[in-house]
Design a protein around this ligand. Structure first.
Ligand SMILES: C[S@@+](CC[C@H](N)C(=O)[O-])C[C@H]1O[C@@H](n2cnc3c(N)ncnc32)[C@H](O)[C@@H]1O
Length: 202
């Protein structure tokens, strides 16, 4: 695969390794960035001190940070080495793996919660479906999933990377979750017009 500079890029970060410096300097510096309060509210549905897997964790600011500050045990996975280095510098005691979510074994353990802010729609549709199956496999019974993706189906360019993004849309996400034993328990839209899917493993 060639990156935007025409150079072979071995990372499966969907273009984020190429824009890592810009990403870290922007979203990576805003502790109260979009999504933090929604994730903080969602975390109240988890047992105290629960384990949470943050997929496409970025620098950890603000999503992992909101969970760490509330006493949750966070594990991160992200495919961009530069962005993972920023995560490690900010949260040195938090386990984080530099890997594509489609390749990771998710620390070979189970979780009470899984969060994926700004990740699903970066992935090809079949990879998204495979990820829903993988998440179902590591969520404990009663465990909760929060991910962002539009309500509508369609594709559009990522403002940072210019790459194509894909939303399966509400009905396809609902069906895919149910097929893997997860119930869509709610949706939410935030001040930045991000749309959230809230699911629970049966
Ligand atoms: C829009 S950013 C969101 C980051 C973080 N969740 C946040 O809220 O700031 C998307 C992140 O997903 C990561 N990413 C993209 N494709 C990935 C993949 N296949 N596996 C793991 N991480 C991926 C990127 O490196 C980037 O850090």
């Amino acid at each position: 695969m060639l990156n935007c500079h025409g150079v072979a890029n071995p990372y499966k970060s969907n273009g984020y390794e190429d824009v890592a410096a810009e990403f870290i300097a922007g979203r990576g510096r805003n502790s109260s960035g979009v999504g933090a309060s929604v994730v903080a509210d969602w975390s109240q549905t988890l047992p105290s001190g629960a384990t949470v897997l943050d997929l496409g964790c970025g620098t950890g600011v603000p999503i992992s940070q909101a969970l760490i500050e509330r006493g949750f045990k966070v594990y991160g996975v992200d495919a961009s080495p530069t962005i993972v280095a920023a995560f490690r510098a900010r949260f040195p005691s938090v386990p984080v793996e530099c890997a594509a979510v489609e390749d990771s074994d998710f620390f070979a353990r189970t979780f009470d919660g899984v969060v994926a802010w700004g990740l699903f729609f970066l992935l090809d549709p079949e990879v998204q479906l495979g990820l829903i199956k993988k998440v179902a496999g590591v969520l404990q019974s009663g465990g909760r999933l929060l991910f962002t993706a539009p309500n509508e189906s369609g594709s559009w360019p990522d403002v940072m990377t210019g790459r194509c993004q894909f939303s399966l849309g509400y009905e396809e996400y609902r069906k895919a979750l149910e097929a893997e034993g997860m119930l869509l328990v709610g949706t939410h839209r935030d001040e930045g017009e991000n749309h959230y899917y809230l699911a629970q493993k049966m």
